[in-house]
Design a protein around this ligand. Structure first.
Ligand SMILES: Cc1cc2nc3c(=O)[nH]c(=O)nc-3n(C[C@H](O)[C@H](O)[C@H](O)COP(=O)(O)OP(=O)(O)OC[C@H]3O[C@@H](n4cnc5c(N)ncnc54)[C@H](O)[C@@H]3O)c2cc1C
Length: 407
């Protein structure tokens, strides 16, 4: 029992029940298996009204063929959601946005939600004071900066002068393709379609089915307004899309994605969380936001809100994600090699196909790919499996087979 009275106010001007850009937080909307389970442990079970599709497999597409990787748990444990109301015109009575649902949960637990944008923060008598619409609105004991990286108002924390710098970001691309619901069920099923293609600017791309839409998410470097069209024209992608059926574009955007955390994420009575702080590289940003939010809350409630408290109790968790991302960079480097060199692509595909067709196989490479692209496991652990002796043995065995076949 903690003998403290806590009052929370969430300031966010966005109306998440709105469809189109007004309610959207620019994300592919995959809630990892790990986050679905962690939320359930907290007593937050995602209702059917929030989940647009339960995902039970990934279809991996390459220039050398495709393979299906099933969830190791045989359940639809990954949830595909919309952060806002979804593409323009889609929101109906039967569905709810993920962010709206979470905000509702927070309000139910006693938090207040005030729909305003914070336009400035200044210290007065040692406490941060929030400004909006030209006036002072609250003096707080603690300000949590969970403003993401896509807001024009990130500068308010830079202006506070405690050494916070904006995270380094890259531009990603998202588009919503509309199809008939039967087409999506028949053609995309309950699978995320993942593309590892030898395109220089592309890390990977994913198509996520959600009733009458497929969310296309492209991650890489130097993406621009043409990236979506160029990607959709790529032969492997055209093969995957339903033939002779046209799709309609609804929303399209080029959101920023955090790829490097700022060095100083806290000061006295201020802490930065989520994408404005440290997040997982190209993966499970929502899971990382949960971890950092919890670490900040634990620090504030159990220890205090001074810079020293955050240094001792928040920073180790923050740094942990940064270190883990180092392993993530090595894994993405390896994935780049495998997608860019045909022989390696074929080799990877062959191993996964064999693993998936044998129920007794330990499925090492499948689990490396599954965990990497679902964000279900820490990069460090995936890396350990990827370089383990049995994994290397599997790779050499497949390599030898490929050479014999080529002969
Ligand atoms: C293309 C792309 C695809 C992604 N796909 C996934 C995915 O499938 N799964 C996943 O887990 N992660 C994904 N992510 C990452 C994920 O979107 C982020 O990690 C996550 O949204 C971070 O949450 P956040 O609360 O820190 O920031 P955000 O979700 O950006 O939320 C910030 C909130 O702060 C509010 N705000 C901003 N400034 C102010 C202000 N001055 N005053 C008041 N309110 C303010 C905004 O209105 C907004 O609601 C993806 C990211 C990108 C770019």
């Amino acid at each position: 029992m903690i003998d403290k009275e806590l009052n929370f106010t969430i300031y966010d001007p966005k109306n998440f029940s709105k469809d189109g850009p007004a309610g959207c937080n620019k994300c592919a909307g995959i809630i990892s298996e790990l986050l679905v389970q962690t939320l359930a442990v907290e007593g937050i079970n995602l209702p059917d009204s929030v989940v647009w599709k339960g995902i039970n497999s990934y279809q991996l597409h390459t220039t050398k063929g495709s393979v299906s990787i099933a969830t190791p748990s045989f359940e639809n444990t990954i949830a595909a959601v919309y952060r806002g109301g979804g593409p323009k015109g889609i929101i109906g009575e039967h569905k709810e946005s993920f962010d709206d649902f979470l905000l509702g949960q927070a309000v139910k637990e006693g938090a207040a939600h005030i729909s305003v944008k914070i336009e400035g923060i200044e210290y007065k008598n040692g406490k941060p004071v929030l400004f909006s619409q030209g006036g002072e609105i609250e003096q707080a004991d603690l300000v949590v900066g969970a403003v993401g990286v896509n807001s024009a108002k990130m500068g308010i924390f830079l202006d506070m002068g405690f050494g916070y710098e904006e995270p380094r970001t890259v531009k990603a691309a998202i588009a919503e393709l509309s199809f008939d619901e039967e087409i999506i069920t028949e053609h995309f099923g309950n699978s995320v379609h993942l593309f590892l293609l030898p395109i220089k600017s592309l890390k990977f791309a994913a198509m996520i089915p959600k009733e009458t839409y497929v969310t296309l998410c492209i991650l890489g470097h130097d993406l621009n307004a043409n990236s979506v069209k160029d990607f959709l024209d790529y032969p492997v992608v055209r093969e995957v899309l339903p033939k002779s059926l046209s799709y309609k574009f609804r929303c399209r955007c080029l959101p920023k994605m955090n790829v490097k955390a700022p060095k100083i994420p806290y000061a006295d009575r201020v802490v930065m969380c989520g994408d404005a702080g440290s997040t997982r590289l190209f993966k499970d940003g929502l899971g990382a936001a949960y971890i950092m939010g919890k670490a900040a809350a634990n620090t504030a409630v159990l220890h205090g809100v001074s810079k020293q408290d955050f240094q001792e109790h928040y920073y180790p968790v923050y740094k942990n994600i940064i270190v883990d991302n180092q392993f993530g960079s090595y894994l993405y480097f390896l994935a780049d090699l495998y997608k860019n060199y045909g022989l390696l692509t074929r080799w990877m595909l062959q191993i996964v196909q064999e693993e998936q067709s044998d129920p007794e196989d330990p499925k090492r490479l499948s689990s490396v790919l599954w965990n990497m692209f679902t964000g279900n496991e820490r990069f460090k652990n995936i890396f350990a499996t990827a370089v383990s002796l049995p994994m290397r043995f599997d790779l050499w065995k497949a390599f030898a087979k490929t050479l014999v076949r080529r002969r």
